[in-house]
Design a protein around this ligand. Structure first.
Ligand code: UDP
Length: 241
């Protein structure tokens, strides 16, 4: 029997808030729920890593003179709030899921372990992974790459608000070119601001492909999740062959 495709989808907090600057957007939740249900029907195993930018990002608190480490604790807690909201929303829409935090948070959120998360995936439920890595000074991009490798995912999908990786910021330079493929080394050397460098190095060293794509429609997310040979967005990989 063919092995089920397993993907790690990183969803930023910014994306959760839809057109609003902060908080949750019901339409975004609804659209994500429909996509996940459809992908599950196609037997795709999906782990989600959630960001927290729609509530707090550690670096945004620097102006309040909160030290970086404490600010990052607040950032990690923001990802947990997103997880509680999404998990509950998915459950009420008959999309089976389990929520895991990388650090102890109370009886209402399970503690993450690779074994438990894998069991959830094999049972065709969504594994929602929050709390980042449980360590300040990291991002949820890094969390996504670590969890993707740990859970033997076929690919890491980074859902963003741009349709891939460009040579320069396309909003500033109209001549900026969009890459269909890029190597990790190219992305690192050119310092393309699409994923943090720690995460890029980790993916390179563990040969984990990353697809960066625009999650502006249900179809795009479903395509990225289900179609191994899709051309949407940019595929970052070890070698261009
Ligand atoms: N964070 C952290 N350690 C981690 C992951 C996240 O300290 O392993 C904190 C950090 O402050 C970060 C915040 O949680 O700014 C939210 O994560 P991120 O900025 O990656 O969220 P996104 O921009 O994807 O919404």
């Amino acid at each position: 029997m063919k092995k089920a495709r397993r993907v790690l989808l990183k969803v930023s907090g910014e994306w959760f808030s839809g057109a609003n600057e902060k908080g949750f957007d019901e339409k975004t939740f609804e659209s994500l729920a429909k996509t996940l249900i459809e992908a599950k029907r196609k037997n795709i195993q999906i782990a989600l890593v959630l960001g927290g930018g729609n509530i707090y990002r550690g670096r945004e608190l620097a102006s309040l003179k909160i030290d970086q480490v404490s600010a990052d604790y607040i950032g990690m807690l923001s990802t947990i709030m997103n997880g509680i909201a999404l998990s509950n929303f998915l459950s009420s829409n008959e999309c089976a899921n389990n929520l895991y935090s990388s650090f102890a948070i109370g009886n209402f959120v399970k503690a993450y372990s690779k074994e438990e998360a894998e069991k959830t995936l094999i049972e065709n439920k969504i594994a929602i992974l929050v709390g980042g890595l449980g360590n300040p000074l990291f991002t949820t991009d890094s969390t996504a790459s670590v969890r993707a490798v740990e859970l033997n995912s076929d690919i890491m999908l980074k859902a963003t608000t741009v349709d891939g990786i460009y040579s320069e910021d396309p909003k500033i330079n109209k001549k900026a070119v969009k890459y269909e493929f890029l190597t990790f080394d190219e992305a690192i050397t050119k310092n393309l601001k699409v994923m943090d460098q720690t995460s890029l190095c980790f993916c390179r060293d563990n040969n984990l492909n990353v697809r960066v794509f625009n999650a502006d429609s249900q179809e795009a997310i479903l395509e990225a999740i289900t179609n191994e040979s899709t051309k949407i967005g940019t595929l970052v990989r070890l070698k261009n062959d």
